[in-house]
Design a binder for this molecule. Structure first.
Ligand SMILES: Nc1nc2c(c(=O)[nH]1)N[C@H]1C(S)=C(S)[C@@H](COP(=O)(O)OP(=O)(O)OC[C@H]3O[C@@H](n4cnc5c(N)ncnc54)[C@H](O)[C@@H]3O)O[C@H]1N2
Ligand code: MOO
Ligand code: MG
Length: 723
């Protein structure tokens, strides 16, 4: 064996990431490899204790064309909260190597019982062997020494060499060298197959072409969960029926509600950007409105007698008060009146205002420029008439908005906040949504070239992004990920989770379209489960369109921030992935039906001020709050609607409010032929609602009243249904 093997060392340590000189593990490990004479000098990288950073570094070394034979990770294998290395590596392993783990633990236990506190992971990813070692230089050294003799052989086999040849000669020699016969049994006992080293595509793993075993699933979800197709498995191992149970729409919505995190509070300035946010605290008036005793009309401030005497008469006009006049107004003397404008403060002693319409000018000043006396024509002016007492609109300290209230575009809530001098308010942060299209066939809709072969314009991304923006959510365009190589999809999702590249504004929810059904290039489910270590909560829903809709959570731990403090609990939560079917109508319908309620929960809708967090979780676990998702209304069908025998159909319609009877009428955007076909994006052009047609035989008849989910504003028009 002349050519040397390529090793890489990944140091996982927050400390070493800040100060590379503090690392001692590389100096401990490199000489052990060098002493074997079979290894090139290792490539070294240092990353923080961050799952996605670790995964990215490992995949860079295993998935690309410059793949290495061996990846050694040191650090992050203990029990401390920040120790994430096993969690990061496990989902990346295609074939675990428990024997190596056993060998390392066994050797360490002979030295110290603390070896039990290490959680090593070892296995093969593509053609590379990946092994985690403890973070202490001594521990790392001991562990590596325990297995180092076997590594060349294991790496050569993992890379796809003919194991029979290896067994014939090299094995004996190796066993002798290692001095541990038993260890030979732990080497992968794969049958012979000889793939050249140029088979480097992720979807084309040499290791599972011939023997066709199912790759064991990462230990991240309970064993009773279905397991996605293994994209590398040959035709005999491909699923012919979906392993995911078919959920009803309500069951799917409950799963979404259950796994959508509670909203996060942030402080926000009171300005136009607040529109569409839900208030996270009860807000109390810091100022009273009005702050002074104010006139409601333009007229004359008077002292109205409380005895009910006649108020008619001619009075001298002693002063003029306008809105914004300052506080040092002269007290009004009995028998005099003062001109006043709407909203202006009353002079002291005045207790009512007479409208200018109920008066007449009696005399002017000698220069003719001002009123001297005015006659009051009204005879029964009451104290308090036409005035607003201080705090009568909003009392100081009164509750002006409740936790859970929406700041609407109507403007009333912003007005109230502004009127009481509130400059900042706690609201729930609006979730940011990333949208990713997937598929080799997709072409940007702006690409001027003529489509060839099976190419399709990417219509889902612009339509989903616009829909999300119209709901008021910040969005991130994640572009198109190709199906081949699969690592492109994997990397696109990882970037989006991590907040790099196109998704430099990190997203809370990722919405993908395409690749969720039964095709061999439908890679979303396997990628989420097998490489991102995510959990698929449902992968099929009994609905039309949208059957393969998939909802998953992916573990995400934010890195410690610059100051080194551990990220807050909220930042540690998992992120949500909605993988919607590729068919354009399916994608838009399921965005409306499933993604919107989740976004509503994340933005704090349905959080009442009298409901504490725990209670609201319990409530949402069993029932979906009515306030989340599209509003449900009753509509009259203007024609027969055919029913699907098995699945509830969300039939795209135009709902019109009839000017003659005020009722809502629903007309299909296309019932005949291809009308409602899920590939037909046109079925959504002009649609403003989805009529909910329960599965059944025959038709829902004309004139029937049925539930519909409103997606957009209702049109006004003249509709009549003839019996
Ligand atoms: N054997 C089975 N095949 C299919 C099933 C099934 O149960 N068994 N389900 C069907 C149903 S229902 C749907 S819906 C689709 C879902 O397909 P995928 O989510 O796997 O999506 P793709 O295969 O990637 O694409 C389907 C279709 O959509 C077009 N597409 C994809 N992305 C876009 C985009 N961004 N813009 C416009 N059009 C897009 C794509 O070109 C395909 O034509 O599966 C059925 N099959
Ligand atoms: O369920 Mo699929 O969305 O009908 O075409
Ligand atoms: Mg497909």
């Amino acid at each position: 064996m002349d050519a040397r093997l390529k090793p890489a060392i990944l140091v996982v340590s927050d400390t070493a990431a800040l100060n590379p000189a503090s690392d001692k593990t590389v100096d401990a490990l490199a000489p052990i490899l060098a002493a074997e004479g079979k290894w090139e000098a290792p490539v070294v990288k240092i990353v923080r204790d961050d799952v996605l950073d670790i995964q990215r570094a490992v995949c860079d070394w295993t998935d690309g064309s410059d793949w290495v034979n061996l990846v050694l990770l040191t650090g992050g294998t203990g029990f401390a909260v920040k120790d994430n290395t096993p969690e990061a590596v496990s989902p990346l392993i295609h074939r675990p190597a428990p024997g190596l783990v056993h060998g390392m633990l066994d050797a360490s236990l002979k030295v110290t019982p603390f070896a039990m506190m290490s959680r090593p992971v070892a296995g093969v990813r593509d053609k590379s062997l990946v092994i985690t070692l403890p973070g202490s230089p001594k521990g790392a050294k001991e562990n590596l020494e325990a297995v180092v003799k076997l590594l060349p052989h294991a790496c050569i086999q993992a890379a796809g060499a003919n194991s029979r040849l290896l067994h014939a000669g090299g094995m004996k020699k190796l066993e002798a060298e290692a001095g541990v016969r038993a260890a030979a049994a732990t080497a992968p006992s794969t049958k012979s197959h000889s793939h050249g080293n140029n088979h480097r595509h992720h979807h084309n793993h040499g290791h599972n072409h011939n023997h066709g075993h199912v790759v064991p699933k990462a230990h991240t979800s309970p064993a009773d969960r279905p397991q996605s197709n293994d994209p590398g498995a040959g035709p005999t191992r491909r699923y012919r029926t979906s392993p995911y149970p078919m959920l009803s729409v309500d069951e799917a919505l409950e799963k979404i509600s259950e796994h959508t995190p509670n909203p996060v509070e942030v402080a926000a300035p009171v300005d136009t950007t607040l529109v569409g946010s839900v208030v996270a605290e009860d807000v109390y008036a810091a100022e009273q409105v009005p702050a002074y005793r104010a006139s409601i009309v333009d007229g004359y401030a008077v002292i109205a007698p409380s005895s009910g005497e006649n108020t008619k008469g001619i009075f001298p006009v002693v002063s003029v008060t306008h809105a914004n006049d300052s506080g040092n107004l002269q007290p009004l003397q009995p028998g005099t009146i003062a001109r006043i404008t709407t909203g202006a403060p009353l002079p002291p002693n005045a207790n009512a205002v007479v409208m200018v319409e109920d008066t007449e000018l009696a005399s002017t000043t000698p220069d003719g420029k001002e009123e001297a006396t005015v006659e009051i024509l009204a005879e029964d002016i009451q104290p308090g008439e036409n005035i607003r007492e201080p705090g009568s609109d909003v009392t100081m300290g009164s509750k002006i908005l409740s936790r859970g209230d929406l700041i609407t575009s109507v403007g009333g809530e912003i007005g109230l906040l502004a009127a009481t001098g509130t400059t900042s308010v706690k609201v729930f942060r609006k979730p940011r949504v990333g949208v990713l299209s997937t598929g080799d066939e997709l072409v940007e809709h702006t690409d001027s070239r003529t489509l060839t072969g099976g190419q399709i314009r990417d219509s889902n991304r612009p339509s989903l992004l616009s829909c999300l923006a119209s709901w008021g959510f910040p969005t991130v365009d994640l572009g198109i990920a190709r199906d081949t190589p699969a690592s492109e999809l994997e990397q696109a999702l990882r970037d989006a989770l991590r907040g790099v590249g196109r998704a430099s504004d990190s997203v809370d929810i990722i919405v993908t379209t395409g690749g969720v059904s039964m095709g061999e290039l439908d890679l979303l489910k396997p990628t989420i489960e097998r490489t991102l270590g995510g959990t698929i909560h449902f992968g099929r829903v009994s609905m039309k369109p949208g059957k393969p809709t998939t909802f998953a959570t992916v573990p995400f731990k934010a890195a410690t921030n610059e100051s080194g403090s551990v990220a807050s609990q909220q930042e540690r939560q998992s992120k949500l992935i909605f993988s919607l079917p590729g068919n354009p109508a399916s994608a838009l319908v399921t965005l409306n039906l499933f993604v919107l309620p989740s976004l509503h929960k994340l933005m704090g809708m349905g959080v009442g001020s009298d409901t504490n967090e725990t209670k609201s979780v319990k409530v949402t676990k069993t029932t979906i709050p009515q306030s989340l998702g599209l509003p449900l209304v009753a509509v009259v069908l203007t024609h027969h609607f055919p029913l699907d025998p098995k699945r509830t159909e969300y039939h795209r319609v135009v709902v019109t409010a009839s000017r003659s009877d005020g009722r809502l009428y629903a007309t299909s955007t296309g019932v005949k032929g291809v009308g409602q076909r899920s590939s037909r994006v046109g079925s959504l052009a002009s649609a403003n609602a989805l009529v909910v047609l329960r599965a059944g035989r025959g038709v829902a008849i004309k004139g029937e009243i049925i539930e519909a989910l409103l997606m957009g504003p209702v049109h006004a028009g003249e509709v009549r249904v003839k019996a």
